[in-house]
Design a protein around this ligand. Structure first.
Ligand code: 3BY
Ligand code: FES
Ligand code: FE
Length: 419
């Protein structure tokens, strides 16, 4: 179970969560327990990571039938694949014989899934089609792989471990007009980074939900990124002018840019880059010569999309960047970043990996250090929840509204009341 090896009872989890929720103060960072306690981490897994739609990666990672990727949500391994009929499917990566993982590679290609232990063999549809020495009475139809909900939102693959998956169509409808012009299905992954941060997953998300820290920490990112979060962000002057100019250009191209009201569930907006910058590169120049999809204009800033609980994205004119957060323990989180360009772009001619990835490699590294220092400080005897800036950190307030609501709902579920 958890890193400490301790088994925590459901009552202990509920009690710890109830107490910590009661200690929360609106507008303030969370009480220490939310970033550190094993019991609350277990509650996070059940209330959030086993219930919500979790981002897996860009669909272009599975271009052909037989392609698969594996991911693990804390201790639950999942396999996501493209079946022979082109449909994306997801299954628990656990053999129906004695439970062995079927697949131990992060990604690969296969015609069938063969368990390495005793070679029970499954079709990509999940059907068990071959076993040895199981006797005449054995009915293999009764042992298909266990399916997991899966969907692609315009090229972004999500899975959900819950029996009944929550709505994702509101998100789909809202973001599709923004990201479709970037044709994510016609891209390929050209770079990937996986880092482990010694910080609670919520600190990693909180760090991403504000740019209060950008000026002091992200010189490379600020070559391109404007620190505004909304087109009429009161903190800025010059950016407001850039937004107006670019807004007119994007209107003329039929590209939506206004902020979408995603409540606390998601955020989607197109924002410009700084004057003269076309991409999130060190020199602001395009990361790839080939524009995405059928785009003809390089000056598109980026569509910034965020969705609870574990992903954010930048869709540029010539590149997309996807960020996936997975909890590994109360103080340990994996962040995977993938960079995609047009499927026909040629390395060395259209793009260069160092040029394309440098800004976010540096930025991720800086954010890792910030989240880890934040984590260390929340362990202090002297830690006391502090006030967020409503002006600069309103997106964290949104995130925590959602988080606290999700935890309250989970506690209220039938059968979960405190004894
Ligand atoms: O660009 C991002 O992904 C976010 C938005 C604000 C801070 N952070 C760098
Ligand atoms: Fe898979 Fe035995 S555990 S074949
Ligand atoms: Fe940052």
């Amino acid at each position: 179970m958890i890193d400490t090896g301790a088994r925590i009872t459901m009552d202990a989890i509920k009690n710890a969560l109830r107490g910590a929720l009661d200690d929360c103060q609106d507008g303030y960072s969370l009480p220490q327990a939310f970033y550190n306690d094993d019991a609350i981490f277990m509650a996070d897994l059940q209330a959030i990571f086993q219930k919500e739609w979790i981002f897996v990666g860009p669909e272009c990672e599975l271009p052909n039938a037989g392609d698969y990727v594996m991911m693990t949500i804390y201790d639950t391994p999942i396999i996501v694949l493209r079946d022979h009929d082109g449909v994306i499917r997801a299954f628990h990566n656990s053999c129906r014989h004695r439970g062995s993982r079927l697949c131990d590679k992060t990604r690969g290609h296969t015609g069938r899934l063969v368990c390495p232990y005793h070679q029970w063999t499954y079709e990509l549809s999940g059907a068990l089609v071959s076993t040895r020495y199981m006797g005449d009475a054995f009915d293999q139809d009764k042992f298909p792989l266990k399916p997991v909900h899966v969907t692609s939102v315009e090229g972004l693959v999500y899975i959900c471990l819950a029996e009944t998956a929550p709505d994702i169509d509101t998100f789909r409808a809202a973001v599709t007009p923004y990201i479709k012009p970037h044709a994510p299905q016609r891209t390929k992954i050209v770079h990937e980074s996986v880092i482990v941060e010694e910080a609670n997953w919520k600190l990693v998300i909180e760090n991403n939900r504000e740019c209060y820290h950008c000026a002091g920490n992200h010189p490379e990112l600020l070559v391109s990124l404007v620190e505004m979060a909304l087109p009429n962000d009161a903190r800025f002057g010059d950016e407001f002018r850039i937004m107006e100019e670019k807004g007119k250009l994007w209107d003329s191209l039929g590209l939506p840019h206004a902020p979408v009201d995603g409540g606390t569930e998601f955020r989607c907006i197109r924002l410009p880059f700084r004057d003269g910058a076309y991409s999130m590169t060190m020199d602001g120049k395009p990361a790839s010569k080939k524009l995405l999809g059928d785009l003809i204009e390089p000056d598109l800033g980026s569509v910034r999309a965020f969705r609870i609980p574990n992903n954010w994205h930048h869709f540029l004119s010539e590149m997309t960047i996807h960020f996936r957060v997975l909890p590994l323990g109360p103080n340990k989180t994996e962040v995977r970043t993938t960079w995609c360009v047009h499927e026909d772009a040629v390395e060395g001619w259209d793009y260069d990996i160092e040029h394309l990835s440098r800004v976010w490699i540096e930025t991720n590294d800086q954010d890792k250090r910030l989240a880890e220092e934040n984590q260390r400080g929340t362990k202090s005897l002297g830690y006391e929840p502090g006030p967020y800036s409503e002006i600069s950190e309103f997106m964290i307030l949104n995130f925590l509204d959602w988080y606290r609501g999700a935890m309250e709902n989970w506690l209220r579920e039938p059968g979960r009341q405190l004894q």
